[in-house]
Design a protein around this ligand. Structure first.
Ligand SMILES: Cc1cc2nc3c(=O)[nH]c(=O)nc-3n(C[C@H](O)[C@H](O)[C@H](O)COP(=O)(O)O)c2cc1C
Length: 321
Protein backbone atom coordinates (compact mmCIF):
# COMPACT_ATOMS: atom_id res chain seq x y z
CA UNK A 1 0.00 0.00 0.00
CA UNK A 2 1.21 3.53 -0.73
CA UNK A 3 2.21 5.65 2.23
CA UNK A 4 -0.09 8.59 2.85
CA UNK A 5 1.48 11.98 3.24
CA UNK A 6 0.71 12.03 6.93
CA UNK A 7 2.52 8.73 7.38
CA UNK A 8 5.51 10.32 5.74
CA UNK A 9 5.37 12.91 8.52
CA UNK A 10 5.28 15.85 6.15
CA UNK A 11 3.63 19.16 6.69
CA UNK A 12 1.26 18.67 3.80
CA UNK A 13 -1.19 21.07 2.33
CA UNK A 14 -4.86 20.25 2.60
CA UNK A 15 -6.13 19.19 -0.79
CA UNK A 16 -9.57 18.71 -2.27
CA UNK A 17 -10.52 17.07 -5.55
CA UNK A 18 -13.80 18.09 -7.16
CA UNK A 19 -14.94 15.80 -9.94
CA UNK A 20 -17.99 15.27 -12.11
CA UNK A 21 -17.93 11.97 -13.95
CA UNK A 22 -20.81 9.86 -15.21
CA UNK A 23 -20.27 8.42 -18.71
CA UNK A 24 -17.93 5.56 -17.75
CA UNK A 25 -16.51 7.06 -14.53
CA UNK A 26 -13.25 7.63 -16.44
CA UNK A 27 -12.51 10.93 -14.74
CA UNK A 28 -13.54 9.49 -11.39
CA UNK A 29 -10.66 6.98 -11.76
CA UNK A 30 -8.22 9.85 -12.29
CA UNK A 31 -9.73 11.72 -9.32
CA UNK A 32 -9.35 8.67 -7.12
CA UNK A 33 -5.65 8.36 -8.04
CA UNK A 34 -5.10 12.06 -7.33
CA UNK A 35 -6.84 11.67 -4.00
CA UNK A 36 -4.54 8.76 -3.09
CA UNK A 37 -1.41 10.67 -4.05
CA UNK A 38 -2.40 13.97 -2.46
CA UNK A 39 -4.19 12.45 0.50
CA UNK A 40 -7.14 14.53 -0.64
CA UNK A 41 -10.87 14.36 -0.12
CA UNK A 42 -13.02 13.89 -3.24
CA UNK A 43 -16.32 15.69 -3.70
CA UNK A 44 -18.81 16.17 -6.49
CA UNK A 45 -19.74 19.75 -7.45
CA UNK A 46 -23.10 19.33 -5.70
CA UNK A 47 -21.37 18.43 -2.44
CA UNK A 48 -19.19 21.53 -2.45
CA UNK A 49 -20.07 24.39 -0.14
CA UNK A 50 -18.18 27.37 -1.62
CA UNK A 51 -17.50 28.97 1.80
CA UNK A 52 -15.63 25.83 2.88
CA UNK A 53 -13.08 25.97 0.07
CA UNK A 54 -11.04 28.50 2.03
CA UNK A 55 -9.94 25.57 4.22
CA UNK A 56 -7.98 23.99 1.35
CA UNK A 57 -4.53 24.89 0.01
CA UNK A 58 -4.85 23.07 -3.30
CA UNK A 59 -8.01 22.20 -5.22
CA UNK A 60 -8.26 19.97 -8.29
CA UNK A 61 -11.18 20.43 -10.70
CA UNK A 62 -11.95 17.65 -13.16
CA UNK A 63 -14.67 16.25 -15.41
CA UNK A 64 -15.24 14.53 -18.71
CA UNK A 65 -15.38 16.70 -21.81
CA UNK A 66 -18.72 17.31 -23.49
CA UNK A 67 -18.91 19.42 -26.66
CA UNK A 68 -15.41 20.84 -26.16
CA UNK A 69 -15.68 21.83 -22.50
CA UNK A 70 -15.89 20.32 -19.01
CA UNK A 71 -19.27 18.93 -17.98
CA UNK A 72 -21.78 21.61 -17.06
CA UNK A 73 -22.14 20.85 -13.29
CA UNK A 74 -18.42 21.59 -12.84
CA UNK A 75 -18.61 24.79 -14.90
CA UNK A 76 -21.67 25.86 -12.90
CA UNK A 77 -19.75 25.26 -9.68
CA UNK A 78 -16.93 27.47 -10.97
CA UNK A 79 -19.53 30.23 -11.40
CA UNK A 80 -20.75 29.72 -7.82
CA UNK A 81 -17.28 29.90 -6.26
CA UNK A 82 -16.36 32.80 -4.02
CA UNK A 83 -13.46 35.07 -4.94
CA UNK A 84 -10.12 33.80 -3.62
CA UNK A 85 -6.67 35.33 -3.41
CA UNK A 86 -4.18 33.31 -5.48
CA UNK A 87 -5.41 29.92 -4.34
CA UNK A 88 -3.63 27.03 -6.07
CA UNK A 89 -5.79 24.93 -8.35
CA UNK A 90 -5.30 22.34 -11.04
CA UNK A 91 -7.49 21.18 -13.87
CA UNK A 92 -7.97 17.69 -15.21
CA UNK A 93 -10.18 15.90 -17.68
CA UNK A 94 -10.68 12.77 -19.72
CA UNK A 95 -11.93 12.97 -23.28
CA UNK A 96 -12.30 10.91 -26.42
CA UNK A 97 -9.73 12.83 -28.42
CA UNK A 98 -6.48 14.34 -27.14
CA UNK A 99 -3.90 16.72 -28.67
CA UNK A 100 -2.15 19.91 -27.65
CA UNK A 101 -4.50 22.46 -29.15
CA UNK A 102 -7.62 20.46 -28.35
CA UNK A 103 -6.91 19.99 -24.64
CA UNK A 104 -5.88 23.67 -24.33
CA UNK A 105 -9.22 24.58 -25.82
CA UNK A 106 -11.27 21.98 -23.90
CA UNK A 107 -9.85 23.36 -20.63
CA UNK A 108 -10.07 27.01 -21.60
CA UNK A 109 -13.57 27.78 -20.29
CA UNK A 110 -12.97 26.23 -16.86
CA UNK A 111 -9.48 27.79 -16.70
CA UNK A 112 -10.92 31.20 -17.50
CA UNK A 113 -13.70 30.85 -14.89
CA UNK A 114 -11.28 29.73 -12.17
CA UNK A 115 -8.73 32.42 -12.97
CA UNK A 116 -11.45 35.07 -12.87
CA UNK A 117 -12.21 33.91 -9.29
CA UNK A 118 -8.58 34.38 -8.29
CA UNK A 119 -7.21 30.84 -8.69
CA UNK A 120 -3.76 30.31 -10.14
CA UNK A 121 -3.56 27.12 -12.10
CA UNK A 122 -0.46 25.17 -11.15
CA UNK A 123 -0.94 22.29 -13.58
CA UNK A 124 -3.28 20.62 -16.02
CA UNK A 125 -3.72 16.93 -16.80
CA UNK A 126 -5.73 15.12 -19.41
CA UNK A 127 -5.88 11.63 -20.85
CA UNK A 128 -8.10 9.54 -23.06
CA UNK A 129 -11.32 8.08 -21.69
CA UNK A 130 -13.57 5.30 -22.95
CA UNK A 131 -16.32 6.82 -25.06
CA UNK A 132 -19.55 5.23 -26.25
CA UNK A 133 -21.35 8.47 -26.94
CA UNK A 134 -23.84 8.62 -29.79
CA UNK A 135 -23.30 6.16 -32.70
CA UNK A 136 -20.03 4.87 -31.15
CA UNK A 137 -22.02 2.55 -28.90
CA UNK A 138 -22.94 0.44 -31.95
CA UNK A 139 -19.24 -0.22 -32.68
CA UNK A 140 -18.03 -1.04 -29.15
CA UNK A 141 -16.95 2.55 -28.47
CA UNK A 142 -13.50 4.11 -28.69
CA UNK A 143 -10.53 4.08 -26.25
CA UNK A 144 -11.71 0.88 -24.62
CA UNK A 145 -9.93 0.34 -21.28
CA UNK A 146 -8.90 4.00 -20.97
CA UNK A 147 -7.73 5.46 -18.70
CA UNK A 148 -5.42 2.51 -18.08
CA UNK A 149 -2.60 1.71 -15.65
CA UNK A 150 -0.09 3.64 -17.75
CA UNK A 151 -2.20 6.81 -17.54
CA UNK A 152 -2.54 6.38 -13.79
CA UNK A 153 1.18 5.65 -13.43
CA UNK A 154 1.90 9.25 -14.34
CA UNK A 155 0.16 10.21 -11.10
CA UNK A 156 2.72 8.63 -8.82
CA UNK A 157 2.74 8.87 -5.02
CA UNK A 158 6.35 7.88 -4.58
CA UNK A 159 7.94 10.13 -7.18
CA UNK A 160 6.80 13.72 -6.79
CA UNK A 161 7.03 15.62 -10.04
CA UNK A 162 8.44 19.12 -9.72
CA UNK A 163 7.27 22.01 -11.86
CA UNK A 164 9.35 25.11 -11.17
CA UNK A 165 9.38 28.41 -12.97
CA UNK A 166 11.23 31.64 -12.21
CA UNK A 167 9.78 35.00 -13.29
CA UNK A 168 12.01 36.37 -16.12
CA UNK A 169 13.17 39.37 -14.08
CA UNK A 170 14.57 37.05 -11.38
CA UNK A 171 16.47 34.71 -13.71
CA UNK A 172 20.28 34.61 -13.72
CA UNK A 173 20.69 35.13 -9.95
CA UNK A 174 21.03 31.46 -9.00
CA UNK A 175 17.55 31.42 -7.45
CA UNK A 176 16.56 28.34 -9.47
CA UNK A 177 19.45 26.25 -8.15
CA UNK A 178 18.80 27.33 -4.55
CA UNK A 179 15.08 26.65 -4.92
CA UNK A 180 15.62 23.19 -6.42
CA UNK A 181 18.18 22.25 -3.74
CA UNK A 182 15.76 23.38 -1.03
CA UNK A 183 13.00 21.32 -2.65
CA UNK A 184 15.30 18.27 -2.70
CA UNK A 185 15.93 18.76 1.03
CA UNK A 186 12.21 18.97 1.77
CA UNK A 187 11.51 15.86 -0.28
CA UNK A 188 14.31 13.91 1.41
CA UNK A 189 13.15 15.01 4.84
CA UNK A 190 9.73 13.63 3.93
CA UNK A 191 11.09 10.25 2.97
CA UNK A 192 11.01 10.53 -0.83
CA UNK A 193 13.74 8.68 -2.66
CA UNK A 194 13.43 10.19 -6.13
CA UNK A 195 11.80 13.03 -7.96
CA UNK A 196 10.91 13.59 -11.59
CA UNK A 197 10.11 16.41 -13.95
CA UNK A 198 9.14 16.77 -17.55
CA UNK A 199 10.75 19.31 -19.80
CA UNK A 200 10.39 20.06 -23.48
CA UNK A 201 13.23 18.51 -25.46
CA UNK A 202 14.43 21.78 -26.95
CA UNK A 203 14.34 23.69 -23.65
CA UNK A 204 17.87 24.80 -22.60
CA UNK A 205 16.82 23.95 -19.01
CA UNK A 206 17.59 20.29 -19.86
CA UNK A 207 21.29 21.14 -19.27
CA UNK A 208 20.43 22.91 -16.01
CA UNK A 209 18.56 19.86 -14.72
CA UNK A 210 21.38 17.55 -15.82
CA UNK A 211 23.82 19.62 -13.76
CA UNK A 212 21.47 19.19 -10.78
CA UNK A 213 21.78 15.42 -11.13
CA UNK A 214 18.72 14.58 -13.23
CA UNK A 215 18.99 11.98 -15.99
CA UNK A 216 16.66 11.36 -18.91
CA UNK A 217 14.60 8.21 -18.37
CA UNK A 218 11.78 8.50 -20.90
CA UNK A 219 10.59 10.49 -23.89
CA UNK A 220 6.92 11.21 -24.32
CA UNK A 221 4.29 13.62 -25.51
CA UNK A 222 2.77 15.62 -22.68
CA UNK A 223 -0.98 16.08 -22.23
CA UNK A 224 -1.02 18.82 -24.84
CA UNK A 225 1.26 17.09 -27.36
CA UNK A 226 4.69 18.70 -26.66
CA UNK A 227 7.70 16.42 -27.08
CA UNK A 228 9.09 16.05 -23.58
CA UNK A 229 11.87 14.34 -21.70
CA UNK A 230 10.98 12.76 -18.38
CA UNK A 231 13.96 13.31 -16.12
CA UNK A 232 14.54 11.55 -12.82
CA UNK A 233 16.77 12.46 -9.90
CA UNK A 234 17.88 9.95 -7.32
CA UNK A 235 17.62 11.74 -3.99
CA UNK A 236 19.17 9.00 -1.90
CA UNK A 237 22.52 8.49 -3.64
CA UNK A 238 23.66 12.04 -3.00
CA UNK A 239 22.38 11.96 0.56
CA UNK A 240 24.17 8.75 1.36
CA UNK A 241 27.45 10.06 0.05
CA UNK A 242 27.06 13.16 2.27
CA UNK A 243 26.18 11.21 5.41
CA UNK A 244 28.93 8.66 4.86
CA UNK A 245 31.47 11.46 5.35
CA UNK A 246 30.68 11.07 9.07
CA UNK A 247 33.08 8.56 10.69
CA UNK A 248 31.19 5.39 11.58
CA UNK A 249 28.30 6.09 9.21
CA UNK A 250 28.48 3.57 6.40
CA UNK A 251 26.02 3.13 3.57
CA UNK A 252 23.71 1.05 5.75
CA UNK A 253 23.59 3.56 8.62
CA UNK A 254 23.15 6.39 6.11
CA UNK A 255 20.12 4.57 4.75
CA UNK A 256 18.74 4.29 8.31
CA UNK A 257 19.23 8.01 8.86
CA UNK A 258 17.55 8.89 5.57
CA UNK A 259 14.57 6.69 6.37
CA UNK A 260 14.36 8.15 9.88
CA UNK A 261 14.05 11.64 8.38
CA UNK A 262 17.65 12.85 8.80
CA UNK A 263 18.88 12.95 5.22
CA UNK A 264 21.71 15.46 5.54
CA UNK A 265 24.43 16.48 7.99
CA UNK A 266 22.56 19.75 8.42
CA UNK A 267 19.42 17.87 9.49
CA UNK A 268 21.37 16.31 12.42
CA UNK A 269 22.46 19.64 13.85
CA UNK A 270 21.11 20.36 17.35
CA UNK A 271 19.19 17.09 17.49
CA UNK A 272 18.95 14.74 20.45
CA UNK A 273 20.58 11.39 19.47
CA UNK A 274 17.93 9.55 21.52
CA UNK A 275 15.22 11.10 19.35
CA UNK A 276 17.07 10.09 16.18
CA UNK A 277 17.39 6.55 17.52
CA UNK A 278 13.66 6.49 18.38
CA UNK A 279 12.80 7.76 14.88
CA UNK A 280 15.05 5.08 13.40
CA UNK A 281 13.31 2.29 15.37
CA UNK A 282 9.96 3.72 14.29
CA UNK A 283 11.00 3.90 10.62
CA UNK A 284 12.35 0.33 10.67
CA UNK A 285 9.26 -0.91 12.49
CA UNK A 286 11.39 -2.77 15.07
CA UNK A 287 14.04 -2.14 17.74
CA UNK A 288 17.36 -1.27 16.10
CA UNK A 289 20.71 -2.44 17.52
CA UNK A 290 21.78 0.02 20.24
CA UNK A 291 25.10 0.55 18.43
CA UNK A 292 23.10 2.82 16.09
CA UNK A 293 22.50 5.17 19.03
CA UNK A 294 26.26 5.41 19.64
CA UNK A 295 26.73 6.27 15.95
CA UNK A 296 24.06 8.98 16.24
CA UNK A 297 25.76 10.51 19.28
CA UNK A 298 28.94 10.77 17.25
CA UNK A 299 27.06 12.05 14.19
CA UNK A 300 25.25 14.82 16.08
CA UNK A 301 28.50 15.98 17.65
CA UNK A 302 30.10 15.95 14.19
CA UNK A 303 27.21 18.01 12.77
CA UNK A 304 27.22 20.46 15.71
CA UNK A 305 30.98 21.03 15.57
CA UNK A 306 31.59 21.41 11.84
CA UNK A 307 33.01 17.94 11.46
CA UNK A 308 35.27 18.07 14.53
CA UNK A 309 35.32 15.17 17.01
CA UNK A 310 37.14 15.05 20.37
CA UNK A 311 40.61 13.38 20.18
CA UNK A 312 39.44 10.44 22.32
CA UNK A 313 36.05 10.00 20.65
CA UNK A 314 36.84 9.40 17.01
CA UNK A 315 34.99 6.05 16.77
CA UNK A 316 31.35 5.13 17.34
CA UNK A 317 32.27 2.73 20.17
CA UNK A 318 33.78 5.68 22.04
CA UNK A 319 30.19 6.99 22.40
CA UNK A 320 28.79 3.99 24.32
CA UNK A 321 26.80 4.49 27.57
C1 LIG B 1 -22.49 13.65 -24.30
C2 LIG B 1 -21.01 13.46 -24.53
C3 LIG B 1 -20.32 14.42 -25.23
C4 LIG B 1 -18.94 14.26 -25.46
N1 LIG B 1 -18.23 15.23 -26.11
C5 LIG B 1 -16.91 15.06 -26.30
C6 LIG B 1 -16.14 16.08 -26.94
O1 LIG B 1 -16.64 17.11 -27.32
N2 LIG B 1 -14.81 15.85 -27.12
C7 LIG B 1 -14.18 14.72 -26.71
O2 LIG B 1 -12.99 14.56 -26.91
N3 LIG B 1 -14.88 13.75 -26.05
C8 LIG B 1 -16.22 13.90 -25.85
N4 LIG B 1 -16.92 12.94 -25.17
C9 LIG B 1 -16.20 11.78 -24.60
C10 LIG B 1 -15.98 11.94 -23.09
O3 LIG B 1 -15.37 13.17 -22.80
C11 LIG B 1 -15.10 10.82 -22.54
O4 LIG B 1 -15.71 9.59 -22.80
C12 LIG B 1 -14.84 10.99 -21.06
O5 LIG B 1 -13.79 10.15 -20.70
C13 LIG B 1 -16.05 10.68 -20.21
O6 LIG B 1 -15.73 10.94 -18.87
P1 LIG B 1 -16.50 10.29 -17.63
O7 LIG B 1 -16.52 8.80 -17.81
O8 LIG B 1 -15.70 10.72 -16.47
O9 LIG B 1 -17.88 10.89 -17.61
C14 LIG B 1 -18.27 13.09 -24.96
C15 LIG B 1 -19.02 12.12 -24.27
C16 LIG B 1 -20.38 12.30 -24.04
C17 LIG B 1 -21.13 11.25 -23.27
Amino acid sequence: MQKTNSEKGSKVSKCLIIVYSYHHYNTAKIASKFSEVLNAQVKTPEEVIPEQLKDYDLIGFGAGIDSGKHYKPLLDLADRLLEVKKKAGFIFSTSAVQGKAKVEKDHSLLRQKLQSKGFFIVDEFSCKGFNTNSFLKYFGGMNKGKPDDLDLKHINADTPELAVSIFPEFRGYGIGVKLMRKLFQVLRANGYRQTSLSVQKDNPAVRFYTRLGYRITEEKHDHVGNEDYIMMKDLVKAMKSELTKIPGIGVNMAEHLVRAGFPTIESLRGKNPDDIYAADCHAQGMPVDRCALYCYRLAVHYADHNGQLPEDKQNWWDWKD
